[in-house]
Design a protein around this ligand. Structure first.
Ligand code: PLP
Length: 391
């Protein structure tokens, strides 16, 4: 039996909610978290004694690993935050001001749409451009929205947490830059599932989660900001090191964006996860894509099921959502768990804009997220149980 189909008490557990967070975490990641707490328990960057220095080194190494994984030439442009939500808030609130106009896709998660709503109240004009029914952003529509008026930023996710659609980020970067705008990307579902190279993609900011495709622990997010891009920091506070008598927040990177004691154990886990992905990422991605195709093809064979997402041969991260003409998504999710121990997510997945785009705002949908550790048996049990429930 696989780890993900482990037996918990008497119940079999098949975890297919990797879109929310990855589970189980690789043992190396768990060891790194525990080891950081056991051996490097001091605050990094805040002392000259050996344990503080070893904690500092640990964060430094993790930052280097993340920068390497994300293709950031200088690790100082990579910041550790609490999650992708904080990264999205920082890039949006740090770069946008009253009077700015932004163009954004209709597939965005609340981590983007809610800060934009708050910025809209503060005088930022937000233009939302509809994606198609697979959740794919329409490049031409985005371009004409950008050309319609001076635009400060184009904002888009790398991949949808509802349909798995991979968005045309490199095209959007060209459109943004040809029109004097920034490209700000929510990469929560990108890192780990896709090759993310911030230099090749030519993004100005890329926010991502440490705990999803990266396979690190919850409570860690990563933000890349292009060198020289002057985003206001969200928080001011202690940064350790240097001139702590100065009243103003230091402007150096990464300190400017990392006020307060960092989540050292979480960062240690994220760093080791990045090294694992550098070593095994392409092989693991191939396997999760194979399992995902098996799942999607199986879903399409069940009568009365509609699957949302790009066609099976198009590029997507291993996430898709479905509805049935027989039962509500909440009921199906409940029954999958109770009858077969299959964990999937129903509802709006924190992305009401996306569900409005798909026409599922009223009912929500049932979301499957495949990831590292899943097996053929997981997929087959889930498909069998679903077919039974919908018979
Ligand atoms: N953006 C997208 C597309 C997501 O799927 C999520 C999480 O589900 C987030 C942002 C928020 O990420 P985090 O949980 O790391 O704050």
């Amino acid at each position: 039996m696989s780890d993900s189909a482990a037996t918990v008490g008497a119940a079999r557990r098949i975890y297919l909610d990797h879109g929310a967070t990855s589970y189980p975490k690789p043992p190396e990641v768990i060891d790194a978290v525990v080891n950081a707490m056991r051996e490097h328990g001091a605050n990094p960057g805040r002392g000259a004694y050996r344990m503080a220095l070893s904690a500092t080194r640990l964060v430094f190494e993790a930052r280097r690993s993340l920068a390497e994984l994300m293709g950031a030439p200088d690790a100082r442009d990579v910041f550790f935050l609490s999650g992708c939500t904080e990264g999205c808030n920082l890039m949006l609130k740090g770069l946008l001001s009253a009077g700015d106009r932004v163009v954004v896709s209709s597939m965005e998660h609340n981590a983007v749409s809610r800060p934009l709503h708050a910025l809209g109240d503060a005088g930022v004009e937000v233009v939302v451009v509809d994606a198609d029914r697979a959740g794919l952003v329409n490049v031409e529509a985005m371009e004409s929205a950008v050309r319609a008026a001076p635009t400060r930023a184009v904002i888009c996710q790398h991949a949808s947490n509802v349909t798995g659609a991979v968005q045309p980020i490199a095209d959007l970067a060209d459109i943004a830059h040809e029109n004097g705008a920034l490209l700000l990307v929510d990469g929560a579902q990108g890192l780990g599932h896709l090759d993310v190279d911030v230099s090749t993609l030519d993004v100005d900011a890329y926010a991502c989660s440490g705990h999803k495709g990266l396979l690190g622990p919850q409570g860690v997010g990563i933000l890349y900001l292009r060198p020289g891009l002057d985003a206001r920091e969200l928080l001011q506070g202690g940064t350790g090191g240097g001139a702590s008598e100065e009243p103003a927040q230091p402007m150096g990177r990464p300190e400017r964006y990392e006020a307060g004691t960092p989540n050292t154990p979480g960062i240690a886990g994220a760093g080791v996860a990045a090294r694992l992905l550098l070593a095994h990422g392409s092989e693991w991605r191939e396997e999760e894509q194979r399992l995902f195709r098996r799942l999607k093809e199986g879903l399409l064979e069940i009568e009365g099921v509609t699957v949302f997402g790009p066609a099976t041969d198009e590029e997507c991260v291993p996430i898709c959502s479905m509805v049935s003409d027989k039962l509500e998504p909440d009921r199906i999710a409940f029954m999958l768990d109770r009858t077969a121990g299959v964990a999937v997510r129903s509802g709006l997945h924190c992305a009401p804009w996306a569900h409005r785009t798909l026409g599922t705002l009223e009912t929500g949908a049932l979301r499957f997220g495949v990831g590292h550790g899943n097996t053929d048996a997981d997929i087959d049990v889930a498909l069998g149980a679903l077919a039974e429930i919908l018979r």
